[in-house]
Design a protein around this ligand. Structure first.
Ligand SMILES: [Zn+2]
Length: 143
């Protein structure tokens, strides 16, 4: 059973999904609804549907407006992608595929999007020393 949530965006300004550009000028309206997979609610699958508008960004051209609950180019809401990103640190990819009901390639793309937005780009700025220890796989030779 699939439950559909229809979302009406109340924002007056349209936001470019690739940058911070925002405008009130609408290029046109998409003729079809956009659909995002939500986290499952028990045995029910949830989908979010919305009728989106398009805008003309000076840097990126005509784009479908960005939404606050999903990353650009994704068909899954941010919470589901964050969950998959966390699970990728704890379990194997096949188990994630079964649990989140997404295919193998989608898990990889979700992890990429989570890492692009979730990692602090300045995390290595104060790093001044790295220690690397060798790992021996064979018995050391006696010389
Ligand atoms: Zn843009």
């Amino acid at each position: 059973m699939i439950i559909t949530l229809r979302s009406a965006l109340r924002r007056r300004k349209l936001h470019c999904p690739k940058c911070d550009f925002a405008t009130r000028a609408r290029y046109d309206r998409r003729p079809v609804e956009s659909v995002w997979c939500h986290l499952d609610l028990g045995v029910w699958r949830l989908q979010v549907r919305a009728q989106l508008r398009r805008l003309n960004c000076p840097d990126h051209g005509v784009r479908t407006e960005g939404v606050p609950f999903a990353r650009a180019g994704s068909r899954h809401i941010t919470d589901l992608e964050d969950l998959v990103g966390y699970l990728a640190t704890q379990m194997d990819k096949t188990a994630i595929c079964r649990l989140a009901r997404v295919n193998w390639d989608t898990v990889g793309r979700m992890i990429t999007r989570v890492m692009e937005t979730g990692l602090d780009p300045t995390r290595l700025e104060n790093l001044f020393e790295i220690g690397v220890d060798e790992v021996g796989w064979r018995k050391a030779s006696s010389t």
